[in-house]
Design a binder for this molecule. Sequence first.
Ligand SMILES: [Zn+2]
Length: 206
Amino acid sequence: MEQTKLVALTFDDGPSNITEQVLDILEKESIVGTFFLIGQNITPERKATMERELALGCEIANHSFTHGDMSKMTAEVIRDEIDKTSDLIRDTVGVETRFFRPPYIALSDTMYANINMPFICGHDSRDWDASTSAQDRVDRVLAAVKDGSLVLMHDMKDNVKTLEALPKIIAGLREKGFSFVTASQIFDQKGIDPNVPHKIWSNVFD
Ligand SMILES: [Zn+2]
């Protein structure tokens, strides 16, 4: 088994007005990422962006429908959030979502009991906070990533500092010898089964 160092870049809260620019960067670098979509952001005009994500080899995953705090939701509402988003993704681009990221990484036993997908967190670039500089986003990611890591970033509306940080993050990780894969690929290629009850993953080996 080849011991290539792997990292999975992931992006939350799209599709948005910056998602195409994130894809431009990934395409230019010939790498893939994983996009955790908010169901209510999936509008007809974003369909082409989702198709482009898949055409570039990227993965689409589930980040709830309304992006509320799901730790305060009932079982029924939680299942509705998940199913509506998975159904809409399937209806729009024909793929099944395999992974879930909880909004705000807010967790509850009810969520674990009712969401039948592996939960993903990832090393936090803090790029959801507008006061985090582009360089700080780069430094946080490069300091945290190890073999098997998932990285948490956001292709949320107007998040231009991440567009500035992303090429530097990619260059820095390449320099450290990392190859870039999707969330599914990082588990599959490392031979790790992500279906572990009551677990949220930031690195496939932790
Ligand atoms: Zn989010």
